[in-house]
Write a protein that binds this ligand. Structure first.
Ligand SMILES: *Cc1c(COP(=O)(O)O)cnc(C)c1O
Length: 394
């Protein structure tokens, strides 16, 4: 079977001896979960994005759950978001009985259209959960302005956006500073840096951070590091309902190495994304992604839009036959069976662009180890498809 694997995967984590060595060090230290490595990873990640508080958790879905709980989402509360996202975005809203309210993405790119947010607001709106889809920052300046004006907290689903930057008050800043109230990151292998699984919450709000730390560890009011380091007997208590959303120290140790690599990985991805845009530039029917003036993507994914006359599945098959793995456009949560019950969500306006993007876009391979020649090869296969078609329809 392995002989059948595509030569060019759609994504590939960058992991090396240094990560392997880091886990070895932790394993032999004897402290393997939510200990000194997690604390160090939190400190370093917070410094990297410029956030005063960073709290590590088991993944970004649990991060989103805690963020939504912190701003008080409960039964019947509405959270404005996009359907056009990985399903975890909306699922997290439903965990405590919240109702995702889906608005469309813009016609350019793959992020929420800020013009549609206010029409979706009702007296039950308790948060805006915006997504930096594919690593491309959404229009946060406008979204945060709306949030402030209407006193609605803004949570950023920054799952894909480690290392992405946003122009804020005329200064380039890292996504996660945070610019909304809370930002949530993922370290799944499909993202730019990975800990196997893992997540991080960043905030300026010390009270939120205190709650994250309480809830991620069963609602226990004493951290293990404190109890173990104490010279006096401490009895813990459990003032609130909590969860087990811990990150292990093996994961955190890998995360620290990955974080050191992040600037280099992003620089490489930016280079490859530019090379794609250049190499695909002469294909008139293909729409390549563009960074808005306020955004510097980490290029977690490079997603192109196909013309309506080109079949998505057939295009992906042609590429796969040449050993090139791709993915279709980002899913639409409202089209999944888990959302068949109309009470599970609300749709505000039409989701035309969301559906078009799912059905008419494809994600091309992009990973740090990819060579220039591989990028040009993908572009050549796409270009040939176009000339084939011109011949076929002539
Ligand atoms: C990957 C992803 C998530 C989920 O992250 P996990 O760490 O796998 O839980 C949530 N939202 C978006 C937009 C994602 O891409």
């Amino acid at each position: 079977m392995s002989a059948m694997l595509p030569q060019i995967p759609v994504a590939k984590p960058f992991l090396d001896e240094e990560e392997a060595e880091a886990t070895r060090r932790v394993i032999l230290s004897g402290w393997v979960t939510q200990g000194p490595e997690v604390a160090a990873f939190e400190r370093e990640f917070g410094e990297f994005v410029g956030a005063p508080h960073a709290c590590a958790v088991s993944n970004c879905t649990t991060a989103l759950h805690l963020a939504l709980r912190a701003v008080g989402i409960g039964p019947g509360d509405e959270v404005i978001t996009v359907s056009h996202s990985f399903i975890a975005t909306a699922n997290a809203i439903r965990y405590d009985g919240g109702i995702p309210v889906f608005v469309d993405i813009g016609s350019n790119g793959f992020n929420i259209d800020p013009d549609l947010i206010e029409a979706a607001v009702t007296p039950r709106t308790k948060a805006i959960l915006c997504v930096h889809q594919l690593g491309m920052p959404c229009d946060l300046t406008r979204i945060v302005e709306i949030g402030h004006r209407l006193s609605i907290p803004v949570i950023e689903d920054a799952a894909c956006a480690s290392g992405s930057e946003i122009l804020w008050d005329g200064v380039w800043q890292k996504v996660g500073r945070p610019h909304g109230d809370i930002a949530c990151f993922s370290f799944h292998p499909r993202k730019v840096i990975t800990t196997g699984d893992g997540g991080m919450l960043t905030t300026n709000n010390a009270e939120y951070d205190r709650k994250f730390r309480l809830w991620r560890q069963h609602g226990m009011d004493v951290a293990d590091t404190v109890r173990h380091g104490s010279r006096q007997v401490i009895y813990e208590s459990y003032p609130e309902l909590g969860y087990n959303y811990r990150m292990t120290d093996m994961q955190a140790a890998v995360g620290r190495v990955q974080l050191k690599r992040l600037p280099t990985l992003v620089a490489r991805r930016r280079y490859l994304a530019n090379l794609y845009t250049e190499s695909l530039g002469d294909i008139s029917w293909l729409e390549t992604p563009v960074e808005p003036a306020w955004a510097r993507s980490n290029w977690q994914s490079y997603c192109v839009k196909l013309p309506p006359w080109l079949d998505q599945r057939a295009t992906m098959q042609v590429l796969l036959d040449k050993g090139i793995s791709t993915r279709r456009g980002i899913m639409n949560t409202h089209r999944e069976a888990a959302y068949a019950n109309p009470a599970s969500h609300r749709i505000s306006g039409k989701l035309t662009h969301s559906v078009t993007a799912q059905e008419g876009a494809i994600i091309l391979p992009l990973f740090a180890q990819m060579t220039d020649d591989e990028v040009r090869f993908v572009a050549d296969v796409l270009r040939d498809m176009c000339s084939d078609r011109r011949t076929a329809t002539a």
